[in-house]
Design a protein around this ligand. Structure first.
Ligand code: PRP
Length: 216
């Protein structure tokens, strides 16, 4: 079918984008120029389906989709929760599985149990705030960090951290463990609400194709 406009995808660069492209290839959507790792090009197209792809920093993907700069986005559930943008989450892609957890040294267990006013370091201050204030009804001080969050309890910046746990090896190697689980995470497809109305057929078809592949 001929389409007048490109359907634009914002992909979280790195592993999630690689896995998304693999998935799209399995349903016959290829984008050869995107595989060239040496290229500095930012936007790639698939003329056959009139799809356009760009790679963005994961935490910016929901922003591109909310503003309609991208019709569709693929990002981790962690980013989607943290950014809390006005987008539709339409599909769990099933890869990039991990967990959002409260982690720390064993001495922090008592502090959590007794709802003490503790310090929580995280790259995800909104998720941490929502968990402690709205789910646990515990007043805490949140400290925003941008990476290597496990350092928090090690250098006594914080009592615990709220962070992603995948294999658990970063925690183990630093004498920390999971104290509470907040939620499971994986890569999700998100859609701009206006695009969903304007391009319903194309977007639904794509979702159906991916669902069928996952079920097969
Ligand atoms: C993430 C996360 C943990 C680690 C968890 O960090 O923040 O540090 O991966 O993975 P694991 O359970 O398999 O050890 P990332 O590598 O994204 O880097 P960062 O520390 O800069 O956030």
């Amino acid at each position: 079918m001929d389409h007048d406009r490109y359907l634009t995808f914002a992909l979280a660069k790195g592993r999630l984008a690689d896995q998304t492209l693999k998935l799209l290839e399995q349903i016959g959507v290829t984008c050869e120029e995107m595989k060239d790792k040496t290229s500095r090009k930012l936007i790639f197209v698939n003329e056959e389906r009139k799809f356009r792809f760009f790679l963005a920093k994961g935490s910016d993907v929901p922003t591109y989709v909310e503003y309609g700069a991208a019709d569709i986005g693929v990002a981790g559930k962690d980013t989607i929760l943290e950014e809390n943008k006005n987008v539709y989450e339409v599909l769990d892609l099933g890869f990039g599985k991990c967990r959002m957890c409260v982690c720390g040294p064993s001495r922090a267990e008592e502090l959590l149990k007794h709802h003490e006013r503790i310090r929580v370091a995280s790259k995800y201050p909104n998720i941490a705030r929502d968990y402690f204030y709205n789910k646990k009804y515990q007043t805490v001080d949140i400290i925003k960090l941008n990476g290597s969050v496990e350092l928090g309890p090690l250098v006594e910046l914080s009592d615990v951290i709220v962070d992603i746990v995948e294999t658990g090896s970063t925690l183990r190697e630093n004498g920390l463990s999971v104290l509470e689980e907040i939620c499971p995470l994986s890569a999700r497809m998100i859609v701009n609400p206006v695009s969903m109305r304007m391009e319903t057929a194309r977007i639904k078809q794509l979702i159906t194709e991916i669902r069928k592949l996952k079920e097969s």
